[in-house]
Design a protein. Structure first.
Ligand code: SF4
Length: 637
């Protein structure tokens, strides 16, 4: 009896085998193969989740198939076959449904399934066949490992059967057929069976949506095609170089990894090489959805206990249920102060790759707990290599500082009651100087001077006059408007505006750190910000151009729209802090800003600031891997 190589897993190679499923991805798109198999990236789409539902019961087999020599020449009792459930019927288009919703559906879909049998028009064959499900076999000569959903054995003759979620390809003559990636995958299964001593001259694809089967004969042409695919995939794997994206391909909008791959964005940057030569005429398709429908949650009620029941997070205080949150609506959990998360809830967060960020009650950012994360060691290796290249660091730092100063200038022009022409001129000059700076030290000086100018005029963007003091319970040392701002101070912040700015920067640091981790980068190794233990230098690099656009804009919005008022602050000695209610109100202002959409100046489509952070971080990874030459710092117009 042949034992599965790994009875728990699907097609994870134990040695250097290429999984047949990944070679399917290679035939679909070599870049997709690289992203999934080399970088270990994955993202769910409606199609991938539906595919898992279809495979769920198939995968519950014992993974055993009798060795070829123990099969008699037929005459075996038929085995009982568990077919996969029919996927739940859905109305309309649902292209970007959250995985957890569908998992929930899958759990209930088991109950009343009237599943189809791919061999229903071939009963004679079924009666004299033996079936085994979920078998993993490998071939040393091919260097391939394959997981068979179902193997149907007649004597020593075995047919692999692969389940597909959707519908078959419609051939020119109207008959049901298979797409090249599917044909190659089933051919590889057949070839691996042959290599293990079984007789196999065809495979079968079963399409769950239409309940149709398609026979795939293993002829010489298909074997050659499969061998070429193995060699091509192996070459990409060994090269450790990401293949270029497909150009204007209809495959991309259907690809679950489009938001990771950024095909049109990368193609545009690669084709033009230098950002200064970018042509505005090439269209970048808005494949990336404008925003993630899931939301971060912030839990700040002191003494709160958060547990998990099914697919729901339950927040309780003193044993009383206060709030329920569906897991499929959450993309980040933030805990402020004394809030407990149960082990079961934490395990679920880690498994679902939902980051859990910890803050003090006052909003000081401790750090983030995350799952195993992206296995993309290659990009981290490049990050470490580039961080030692002083010219690379300087070139990137110049752009980051220039972008930050230009965005500061834009914020003043948009929001100041009477923007000072001198300040605007000096900021423009500083941004130009930054691009010619010859060292990180001089860049720091340019950035510092520009910040002083900018914050010197910051109060002109505050549009509320509050002639009250900040109490309750305490008073500022001098009588002045509550939102009077006379320059940046911190550690501790000594006025309400600085308290808000510090909290906003802590939140933005956390979001940049999460974005860096999600892409597979080390958030503690930066290029402009240098190594300092405990300092998330890369997150600080990434956030530079976004400080005015996200953090400072959220502060202005919170004050000017009276979401926070003087009553939302407490004074303790020199320090001014937000009250619990004030923090909640500001978090709303911050999240509203993160959710606001903005037009990307290079790509022309609108995305939320949260999505934008991820796009910019992925483009930084492309720069590190050498796929693009320049980092397109986000500068608003
Ligand atoms: S988005 Fe397009 S180019 Fe990118 S991996 Fe998917 S199919 Fe390939």
């Amino acid at each position: 009896m042949i034992q599965p190589l790994d009875s728990n897993d699907t097609e994870q190679p134990s040695v250097d085998y290429l999984p047949a499923r990944m070679i399917n991805e290679y035939v679909y798109c070599p870049r997709l193969f690289y992203l999934m198999h080399v970088e270990g990236q994955f993202a769910d789409s409606y199609e991938t989740v539906q595919g898992r539902i279809v495979h769920r019961r198939v995968d519950s087999g014992n993974g055993r198939l009798d060795a070829p020599e123990v099969f008699p020449e037929a005459d075996l009792e038929p085995a009982e076959i568990d077919m996969p459930p029919e996927p739940p019927k859905r109305r309309g288009k649902m292209k970007h449904v959250q995985a957890a919703t569908l998992f929930a559906d899958a759990d209930t879909a088991d109950d009343d399934v009237d599943a189809a049998d791919p061999r229903e028009d071939n009963e004679e064959k079924t009666r004299s066949s033996v079936h085994a499900r979920s078998i993993t076999l490998s071939s040393d000569s091919l260097g391939v490992i394959a997981k068979l959903d179902l193997a149907e054995a007649n004597g020593q003759h075995v047919t692999p059967i692969d389940y597909k979620r959707g519908r078959p390809r419609r051939e020119a003559d109207g008959t049901a057929g298979a797409w090249p990636p599917e044909r190659v995958q089933i051919a590889l299964q057949a070839m691996v069976l042959r290599d293990n001593g079984y007789q196999c001259d065809s495979g079968m694809l079963y399409f769950d949506e239409t309940r149709q089967r398609v026979d795939v004969p293993l002829d010489d042409a298909l074997i050659r095609q499969a061998e070429q695919a193995i060699n091509g995939a192996r070459a990409v794997y060994d090269s450790a170089t990401i293949p270029p994206p497909l150009v204007d391909s209809p495959k991309c909008p259907k690809c679950s990894l489009a938001k990771i791959c950024l095909p049109d964005e990368t193609a545009r940057l690669v084709e033009n090489r230098r950002l200064s030569e970018l042509e505005p005429d090439r269209e970048v398709r808005a494949i990336v959805t404008a925003r993630d429908e899931r939301r971060p949650i912030y839990l700040s009620t002191q003494g709160l206990w958060v547990g998990k029941k099914g697919d729901i997070l339950q927040a309780k205080a003193d044993g009383k249920l206060l709030q329920e949150i569906r897991l499929n609506e959450v993309n980040q959990v933030n805990l402020l102060g004394n809030v407990q998360l149960s082990t079961q809830a934490m395990q679920t967060m880690l498994r679902m790759e939902i980051p859990v960020a910890y803050f003090t009650q006052k909003g000081y950012f401790y750090g983030v707990a995350g799952g195993l994360g992206v296995k993309n060691i290659l990009v981290r290796r490049e990050q470490f290599r580039r961080a030692d290249d002083t010219q690379f660091c300087l070139r990137l730092a110049r752009e980051l500082v220039r972008g930050k100063i230009r965005n500061h200038r834009t914020l003043l022009m948009r929001n100041h009651r009477q923007p000072s022409s001198i300040t605007l001129r000096e900021l423009k000059r500083s941004a130009d100087h930054a691009t010619r700076s010859d060292s990180l030290a001089s860049l720091l000086g340019i950035e510092g001077n520009a910040a002083r100018l900018y914050f010197g005029d910051f109060s002109g963007m505050l549009k509320v006059d509050c002639d009250v003091e900040t109490s309750p319970g305490a008073a500022l040392s001098e009588k002045r408007p509550a939102f009077d701002f006379r320059g940046r101070n911190r550690r501790p912040p000594r006025d309400p505006v600085n308290a808000l700015l510090s909290f906003a920067y802590a939140l933005l640091t956390k979001d940049c750190l999460v974005a860096a981790t999600k892409v597979g980068l080390d958030p503690y190794l930066g290029f402009y910000h240098q190594i300092k233990p405990g300092k998330p230098a890369l997150a600080l690099d990434l956030m530079e151009p976004f400080r005015p656009l996200i953090a400072e804009s959220a502060v202005l919005s919170a004050i000017n729209n009276r979401m926070v008022t003087p009553e939302h602050f407490l004074v303790a000695g020199q320090s001014v802090v937000l009250t619990g209610t004030g923090r909640k109100h500001f978090l709303m202002a911050y999240e509203k800003r993160m959710d606001a959409t903005v037009t990307h100046p290079l790509f022309g489509y609108r995305v939320s600031y949260r999505r934008l952070l991820e796009i910019q971080t992925r483009l930084l990874a492309r720069l590190l891997s050498g796929e693009i030459d320049d980092y397109p710092v986000f500068v608003t117009r």
